[in-house]
Design a protein around this ligand. Structure first.
Ligand code: NAP
Ligand code: SF4
Length: 677
């Protein structure tokens, strides 16, 4: 315990046998793809050094394969040769110089490997991979264990303070421990004892080949969330064996990559999974780390106080704010830029083979290029529009020493974020609104809400620069009966300006159409606790269920309304949703009985509802509320008026381009523009 009045447990040092960590926050492993960019090693070093300077107790790198068969993808990160040490030293030296500690994560992908060399305990293809792995021969298993040890030795030589052995999330080691993927009949498969042999051999061999001060953390799969996964009791037995084999710390992972239960997306309540870490903590004497959806210091402090774990593993929250720990320690926790679990610029980017950054922090991964420096010539800047783009531009311009005046026509700042925050789980946007508001105040931005700026006001203000961030308006569509009183826009529904009937047709199945269906298919009074989430998704919290899955499966929650979501194009709906979140939204809507129709022609609207044609047949969708979610158009009238009056402006966010608009682009544009003024 420290004397810090706010977070005494989170900021307390942790003594290990031969080491000490300065607090309980670990920056968890996350593959950033930064290393693949030009000057990638230096970018990675800058990225980690910023987090070390920000006070985090320990950093874990993204996963490095111990051999080429363990590659996640061709030319992915690997540490199997002394020639690679020089690059790693750039990283370890930068982190140490910033006062941090860093572990290398050793990750053998097994059947999740993306190369033709992919191997596994048994030749069983993963449902999320097109490749069938080759079953490892006994001699290859021995060699793989030796490769893990070599990788750890090289990591030690490269200056890492330890390694994390990736034994969870369904990668190779996990494939050995689970009956689902290990159908061997030799000493490496069959009984639970045999299935545990591989991870224990890996731990022992690393322990035997590295100095005693070199720390060894094992990431155990604490809840598998797949059929034929380990039971809670088997996981506890493995945890005890791993402790005996010489691990210093046990970190806990949740689910496999093929799990069809969301584990980290925004709809997962904060701290949902720490019960699984707690049962391991109760069984072992070494420190245990909890992970997933721990995004504020308050959440971390609570799980430590409740003795669910000894340390917290935060990956995305440290992308969002590298100074998370220092801000908490200095009593500035309300200045933390909190991860909203959207996955849009981190995991979704990684899946699209782009380098990770962060929706709420565009500087993540660009630590060197996007530095906020004081402006040489402070200016008077007008920002018109207080949505995501305008608030980002105003706060960064203010941070650079400009005198900034922000105009927002609504009574409240936030723009589209005020609507997004109404969607279940997206209440996390409140954190972003709080963050922006605090930044604007900290930089003395003059905020004028309820004021629609005019050409005259801008002219009278004598501004040196004018930024137009007036956002978007919902697209109006033409359809016979569109003026019927049953027809409403999505802002009217999400804001509560209009009430919704019990039979709903939603025109447009883009991101907003899905959000509106999500919003309307639950009740405000629904239980949003972690326990309710676990019950809804069919997670068994006992020790006996295989994979921690309840035999009854996910619950069928009925939507309180009959909802039909429609799109004109044929093919799969929801193609524009996030790669790592869209499937979970679709699954939740299916469970609630939301009907989705594609390849639809809209004919007309009547008292009875929405008349459509589908597959050549005319049909009526009975509806007493019809919601238009047909995209947006830019609000540019002020921009046009100012241009006519000869005022030069900077046009950003939805006002500049409405199509494909999201908070990610809006914030990034506002942020980057303000760095150039
Ligand atoms: P959107 O993704 O462009 O979807 C609008 C939908 O309306 C289209 O799918 C289109 O489908 C339909 N549409 C367009 N014009 C129409 C017309 N004249 N008549 C009838 N239907 C029409 O726009 P959005 O849903 O408003 O989302 C805006 C942005 O926010 C997008 O970039 C989106 O990705 C992002 N967003 C993402 C999420 C998420 O990923 N969870 C959530 C919210 C918003 P058809 O042409 O097939 O009918
Ligand atoms: Fe968190 Fe979204 Fe940033 Fe990823 S992009 S770190 S999920 S806020």
């Amino acid at each position: 315990m420290t004397n810090n009045p706010h977070f005494p447990l989170m900021l307390a040092p942790l003594k290990l046998q031969h080491n000490e960590l300065k607090n309980r926050v670990i920056m968890g492993a996350m593959h950033t793809r930064l290393e693949a960019l030009p000057n990638g090693t230096q970018k990675l070093a800058d990225f980690y050094a910023a987090r070390a300077s920000g006070g985090v107790g320990l950093i874990i790198t993204g996963g490095y394969a111990p051999n080429t068969a363990g590659h996640l993808e061709m030319n992915g990160p690997i540490l199997n040769d002394r020639a690679q040490i020089g690059d790693h030293q750039i990283v370890t030296r930068a982190v140490h110089a910033a006062g941090g500690k860093i572990f290398l994560q050793i990750l053998h992908a097994g059947r999740y490997g993306g190369t033709l060399k992919t191997v596994a305990p048994s030749a069983i293809r993963a449902p999320i991979s097109p490749l069938t792995p080759k079953a490892l021969e006994a001699a290859e298993i021995d060699q793989t264990i030796a490769d893990f040890a070599t990788c750890a030795q090289l990591a030690s030589e490269a200056g890492y303070d330890g390694v994390e052995i990736m034994g969870s999330e369904g990668y190779l080691i996990n494939q050995f421990t689970a009956a689902r993927t290990n159908q061997r009949d030799d000493e490496w498969g069959g009984s639970v004892e045999n299935r545990h042999r591989f991870p224990l051999a890996v731990v022992r061999s690393i322990r035997a080949n590295t100095p005693k001060e070199f720390m060894l953390m094992y990431r155990i799969s604490s809840l598998e969330l797949v059929e034929d996964g380990a039971t809670g009791s088997q996981i506890i037995a493995l945890a005890k064996q791993i402790e005996q084999a010489g691990a210093d710390i046990l970190s806990t992972g949740i689910g496999w990559h093929e799990t069809r239960i969301p584990t980290i997306a925004y709809m997962v309540p904060r701290g949902t999974w720490t019960f699984a870490a707690k049962r391991i903590k109760q069984a072992v004497n070494i420190p245990v780390v909890a992970s997933n959806r721990l995004n504020t210091p308050q959440t971390v402090e609570k799980i430590l106080r409740d003795e669910h774990c000894d340390l917290a593993y935060l990956a995305r929250p440290l992308l969002a704010d590298p100074d998370f720990v220092n801000k908490a320690a200095n009593g500035q926790h309300d200045q933390i830029n909190v991860c909203i679990a959207c996955n849009q610029a981190c995991l979704d980017y990684i899946f699209k083979a782009k380098a990770a950054t962060c929706l709420v922090n565009p500087r993540a991964g660009h630590e060197n290029e996007l530095q906020i420096t004081l402006a040489k010539h402070p200016k008077r800047i007008a920002v018109i529009g207080g949505g995501a783009a305008g608030m980002a531009a105003a706060s960064i311009a203010g941070a650079r020493g400009h005198t900034v005046t922000l105009f927002e026509a609504n009574e409240q700042l936030g723009g589209q974020l005020l609507l997004a925050r109404k969607v279940p789980g997206k209440e996390e946007f409140d954190e972003l609104l709080r963050y922006f508001k605090n930044r604007l105040d900290a930089h003395n931005v003059e905020i004028n809400t309820g004021i629609a700026a005019s050409v005259q006001m801008i002219a009278d203000g004598n501004f040196d620069e004018t930024i137009i961030a007036t956002g978007v308006a919902p697209r109006q569509i033409e359809l016979p009966g569109i003026d019927h009183p049953h027809v409403v826009s999505y802002p009217q529904i999400l804001s509560g300006a209009k009430t919704c009937g019990d039979h709903v047709a939603i025109i447009g199945a883009g991101g907003i159409g899905f959000d509106v269906a999500d919003f309307l298919s639950v009740l405000d009074s629904d239980d949003r606790s972690a326990k309710a989430f676990l019950d809804d998704w069919g997670v068994d919290q006992g020790l006996d269920a295989k994979g921690g899955l309840s035999p009854q499966g996910p619950s069928l929650e009925k939507s309180p309304r009959q909802i039909t979501l429609l799109q004109r194009t044929s093919g799969k709906p929801g193609r524009t949703l996030g790669v790592t979140t869209g499937w979970a939204v679709k699954k939740a809507l299916k469970r609630r009985g939301v009907n989705i129709l594609t390849g639809v022609s809209y004919e007309r609207i009547s008292d009875e509802g929405l008349h459509i044609e589908i597959d050549g047949e005319k049909t009526l969708i009975t509806a007493n509320t019809i919601i238009i979610c047909a995209g947006q158009e830019s609000r540019t009238s002020l921009h046009e008026e100012l241009t006519m009056a000869g005022v030069t402006t900077h046009l950003i966010g939805g006002a500049q381009q409405a199509g494909e608009l999201d908070a990610l682009r809006a914030i990034s544009q506002g942020y980057k523009l303000a760095l150039t003024l």
